[in-house]
Structures are given as structure tokens and as C-alpha cells.
Design a protein around this ligand. Structure first.
Ligand SMILES: *[C@@H]1O[C@H](CO)[C@@H](O)[C@H](O)[C@H]1NC(C)=O
Ligand SMILES: *[C@@H]1O[C@H](CO)[C@@H](O)[C@H](O)[C@H]1NC(C)=O
Ligand SMILES: *[C@@H]1O[C@H](CO)[C@@H](O)[C@H](O)[C@H]1NC(C)=O
Length: 553
């Protein structure tokens, strides 16, 4: 009997092992399939990006004229774009594209382009290359002059934006997935490299500006970064204690911060440095950190103070990605008219390596938990102003309705391992600046590199929670751009606009959730933020700007 039982048991074990093995096999197959799918998708999208750029160039007026001269005519056909989008991702983008097409040209349908004829036409042109170059130049000049793009080019702009968005989404998806998908991440990086390699920057390099001499050396900056240890725990407790004093207010905990100069060591750092490049300012904006407001202000300031201002969306730059350099360098080289202020989401990088003068970098950052909260609900509900066009949320209604508190309670990846990027905007494109799917040690290292970069390579980084102080600082250090900003800020029109860009349906999170995010998933973001906030407040002190302080209303 005993033997029989034993036999039965071992048989069961055998069966279980078989099932496990089979399951393992299925899981591995699925994983491999997934990786291949992603790799395929990424390659496909990279190809589409390049195609989109080419087509964009060909639709420009110059080429059309050349083709017409040589007897080729456009045949009205259904434009390619929707096909690109629907292959890229079957559901949402198709709708988005259609929406955008309808919105862009309701009375004026886009001029369709017969791509084969265009291709053939171009190949037969005797001065093919030259003509294309000229045509491209014309487009660029038209853009620079602010002329409306042709309808066909407009369509291409939409496609480019969508395809770029696809790549971003894919990158996000890949970065969220675990283990095996690592290969695919490398593939994304490789695609990025390929895009970079395929862009020729054949312009005469600009005469470079002298390297700033009044910033801290690398050694001193590293010393400052390591000498100032931050206790996120203490910051959390202090904020909660302050908040508890105003139980009826609707303030966020992050509103409270007391800068105590004695606790910080800035060595002999000079806070009154020269503007590194007075003719080109680049606010490489961190998302969800008041940049719509800054855009409104700069738009008015550019008229008042007579400078060229460009707020650039990824759709305006072929192959744009926040971690690529050449697409943006090319764009800047072709469109920049100094004095120039550029407002664009991008990770920090060194323009000098590509033959352009390094801009003066500025940024504005905000409390990482509030920043995260803002992204979380923005993804679900968009802005007050335009709820429909921004509605690209892919989840179910239950996903949409889930609060951050619930998300944390349920231990979902979106809250326990967020994939939004923060540190890279200040740290830069260096591989050591990557923060998604890296170990805690590497994330700490990235935060440290970001501190060093802020000390050396940012002229100033403002704080959204101290926005008026930030504007006052910018007005002092960049008067040619920011002079008079507080009058504009105070105007009622501005206040009204601000109301409209508040994220819809924002629910504040519990202090427990704040604590969880601050000490866990957003620990190194918070560490960096507090460091930069202290640096900012020391700057206020040096410029004798009295901080506005928390407004209890
Ligand atoms: C940018 O790169 C150039 C060399 O290509 C180098 O001389 C310069 O120090 C770099 N600047 C920064 C801010 O890293
Ligand atoms: C802006 O308004 C505040 C009151 O809301 C006032 O204290 C401040 O002086 C104003 N600043 C300017 C530059 O008008
Ligand atoms: C902005 O919104 C607040 C309430 O959220 C309201 O009290 C205020 O009047 C609004 N301001 C303007 C200028 O619309």
C-alpha cells in the first residue's frame, strides 16, 4: 500500500513537473514572441520615421514645382498616412489621426500625393539631389518665417507626430516589461543610434563661445553634491508637521519647505555667474511642471522684449526623441534666429559636440510626488481646456477611475515602478543617466550626476512651488528675456489661462501614499529635487530676493 501511495505521489509529482515544464515552455515562447514583436515593431517604426521624413521633404513646394516642370502630375489617391498609423497600432491612433485630419482641414481636404509618381519623378530629375536640397531649404525657411505649411505637408506632420508617439509608447512599454525584454531595450537604443547615424549635419560649425570659467570645476561640483546628504524621511516629517497646522487649507505638503543655509555646504560656489550664451536660451522643460504657463508668459515677453521664441513639439522635428541629439541640432541649426528662446521637452545634452554653440540651459522642476500625481491624472483626464483631443488613455474605465491611493494599495506597476522620467532632464543623455529598469545604486548615481550637471551646466533651475520667486530670479539673471514678467504674470488674462490648464479631475493623494512614493519609487527624484530646491533658495539669498512664502488663504 505504502509503495502504491508513494508511486501515486511520484506520479503526481511527475505530472506536476510536466505541467510546469509545459507552462514554462509556453511562457518562454510567449516571451520570445513578445521580444521579437517589439524588436520588429521598433524596426518598423524607425523605418516609418525615415520614410515620413523623406515624404515630408518631397511634398514641399519646390519639389512639386520641379516635378510639374518635368511633366509629372499628382494623382489624387487616398493618402498613405492612415495606413501607417493603423499598422502601427490598430485602435487608438487611427482615431486620433482621423480626428486630427478632420480638425486640421475641415473645409480644405489635404492634397493627396501619389508617392510612386513622386518617387519616379524625383529619380528622373537631372539635378535630383540639388533640387531636393533646395526644396528642403525652402520648407525650412517657410517654417522659420512662420508661413502655413501646405496641406499635404500638414498631413505628414501629423503622421510624423503619431509615428514619433508610437516609438515613445513602445519605448515606454518596453521599459515597463521585465527581464527578457532587456534585449528589446537595447534595440531601442540601437534604433536611436541608427537614426543619429543617418542624419548628416554638414554645416559649417559655429564659432564656439569660451567655456564658462566661473562655474564650479567637476571636482568641486562632485564635492558639493556629496557633501549635502538629504534625509527624505526628515523632509517628509517636517512637511507633514507644517501641513497639520493648517487643517482646513487645501495646500499640498510640498508647499512647505524651509531653507536653512547653515545646513548646506556650497563650498565657494559663485552664484553670480555670466550668462553662458546670451543669444540662445534653452528651457528643456520637464513635463507637467508649469510649462504651459511659462509658454504663455514667454509668448508675451518675446513681443515685449523683442526676441525670437519657439515652443517646439516633437511633431515639428523629424525623428525627434528626447534622448536623441542630431534631430534637434539639425532643427536648431536650420531655424534659430538669435536672440532665441527655445522651450521644448528634451534631456540635457552638449550642442558643442555637433558644432553648435552651447545654449544657456534653464529649467523649472517640481515636487516629484506632485509631478507624478499630475502625470497620473493627466493621462486619464487631460486638461480642462481640451478633454477630447488629449484623450488617448488606453486602459479600461476601471483603470481610468482608479485613484493613486487605490493603485498603491493594489501594488500595481504604474505606481510601484513608475516609468515617467524626471532625472534625465537634468542629468542628460549619458547612459548612466537612465533611471527606468535600473538598480537602486544606478538610480542614486544618476541623481548624483544630475546634481553635478545642475551645478555646472544649468544657468538656473527654478522651482514650481516657488513660481513667483522663480520668475523674479529669471528676471534678474536673464533681463533681456524676462524683464517685466511679473506684470504679465499678475494680469488677469494670465490668471485665467492658468485656470484652464489645470489638470482635470485631480484627486490629491493620502499622506500615506505620499510617504510611499517619496521614500520608495520616487526617492532619488525627491533627493535631487530637494537638492535643487536648496540651491535655488541659496540663490535667492545671494540675490537678496525674499521668498514669497506659502500663501495661506
Ligand atoms: C561639450 O563637448 C566639447 C567637446 O566636443 C567639450 O569641449 C565641452 O567641454 C563639452 N561641454 C560640456 C558642457 O560638457
Ligand atoms: C503682483 O501682484 C501682487 C499682489 O497679488 C503684488 O504684491 C505685486 O506687487 C504685483 N507685482 C507686480 C510686478 O505688479
Ligand atoms: C480661477 O479659478 C478660481 C477657482 O478655481 C476662481 O476663484 C478664479 O476667479 C479664477 N480666476 C480667473 C481669472 O478666472
Amino acid at each position: 500500500m505504502a509503495r502504491g501511495k508513494m508511486g501515486g505521489k511520484s506520479k503526481k509529482i511527475g505530472l506536476a513537473a510536466k505541467v510546469r515544464a509545459r507552462l514554462g515552455y509556453i511562457v518562454i515562447t510567449l516571451c520570445i514572441g513578445l521580444v521579437c514583436f517589439y524588436i520588429g515593431r521598433v524596426e518598423f517604426l524607425a523605418e516609418k520615421l525615415q520614410e515620413a521624413e523623406k515624404i515630408g521633404r518631397m511634398t514641399s513646394e519646390g519639389v512639386n514645382q520641379q516635378i510639374a516642370m518635368h511633366g509629372y502630375q499628382h494623382q489624387p489617391v487616398v493618402p498613405q498616412p492612415p495606413q501607417v498609423a493603423s499598422q502601427a497600432r490598430p485602435q487608438a491612433p487611427n482615431n486620433v489621426l482621423n480626428n486630427n485630419l478632420i480638425q486640421q482641414a475641415p473645409q480644405n481636404p489635404p492634397v493627396p500625393v501619389n508617392l510612386q509618381k513622386v518617387h519616379a519623378g524625383i529619380q528622373n530629375l537631372p539635378q535630383d539631389v540639388k533640387a531636393r536640397e533646395n526644396a528642403h531649404q525652402n520648407t525650412v525657411q517657410n517654417f522659420a518665417l512662420g508661413n502655413a505649411l501646405e496641406p499635404a505637408a500638414k498631413v505628414m506632420e501629423q503622421v510624423e507626430r503619431l509615428v514619433a508617439q508610437e516609438v515613445h509608447d513602445t519605448v515606454g512599454a518596453i521599459e515597463n516589461a521585465a527581464g527578457a525584454v532587456n534585449n528589446a531595450v537595447h534595440n531601442v537604443i540601437n534604433v536611436g543610434k541608427q537614426i543619429e547615424e543617418n542624419i548628416n549635419l554638414n554645416f559649417q560649425p559655429e564659432e564656439l563661445l569660451p567655456e564658462p570659467q566661473d562655474r564650479p570645476s567637476l571636482d568641486i561640483a562632485a564635492l558639493i553634491a556629496s557633501a549635502n546628504r538629504i534625509s527624505v524621511e526628515t523632509i517628509f516629517q517636517d512637511q507633514q508637521a507644517e501641513l497639520a497646522k493648517y487643517p482646513t487649507s487645501h495646500l499640498k505638503a510640498s508647499a512647505f519647505y524651509t531653507y536653512e543655509p547653515a545646513k548646506w555646504n556650497w563650498q565657494s560656489m559663485n552664484f553670480k555667474t555670466r550668462t553662458p550664451n546670451a543669444k540662445f536660451i534653452f528651457h528643456n522643460k520637464l513635463p507637467k511642471s508649469g510649462s504651459s504657463t511659462m509658454n504663455q508668459l514667454l509668448r508675451q515677453l518675446s513681443k515685449k522684449n523683442n526676441f525670437n521664441f519657439a515652443k517646439v513639439e516633437p511633431s515639428q522635428i523629424p525623428n525627434d526623441r528626447f534622448d536623441l541629439e542630431k534631430p534637434l541640432v539639425k532643427f536648431v541649426q536650420e531655424t534659430k534666429k538669435e536672440p532665441f528662446f527655445l522651450l521644448k521637452h528634451h534631456f540635457w545634452f552638449n550642442f558643442t559636440r555637433h558644432g553648435l554653440r552651447q545654449p544657456t540651459y534653464v529649467n523649472v522642476i517640481r515636487d516629484p510626488v506632485d509631478w507624478y500625481t499630475s502625470q497620473y491624472y493627466f493621462r486619464r483626464f487631460g486638461w480642462v481646456q481640451q478633454t477630447t483631443t488629449r484623450d488617448s488613455f488606453a486602459g479600461t474605465q476601471a483603470d481610468r477611475d482608479r485613484t493613486i491611493d487605490q493603485c498603491i494599495q493594489q501594488g500595481l506597476m504604474e505606481c510601484t515602478k513608475p516609468s515617467y522620467k524626471y532625472i534625465q532632464y537634468l542629468c542628460g543623455n549619458h547612459p548612466h543617466c537612465r533611471t527606468v529598469d535600473v538598480s537602486e545604486e544606478l538610480k542614486e548615481k544618476a541623481a548624483n550626476l544630475a546634481k553635478i550637471n545642475v551645478l555646472r551646466n544649468f544657468y538656473a533651475v527654478g522651482i514650481l512651488e516657488q513660481f513667483v520667486d522663480t520668475l523674479k530670479t529669471f528676471e534678474i539673471i536673464l533681463p533681456n528675456y524676462y524683464s517685466g514678467v511679473l506684470d504679465i504674470w499678475n494680469s488677469s488674462m494670465m490668471q485665467e489661462k492658468r485656470n484652464k490648464t489645470k489638470t482635470l479631475n485631480r484627486k490629491e493623494l493620502s499622506s500615506h501614499s505620499r510617504e510611499f512614493l517619496m521614500k520608495g519609487p520616487l526617492k532619488w527624484e525627491t533627493d535631487l529635487y530637494i537638492f535643487v530646491r536648496a540651491l535655488f533658495n541659496e540663490r535667492l539669498r545671494r540675490y537678496e530676493i525674499v521668498p514669497t512664502g506659502v500663501q495661506i488663504t
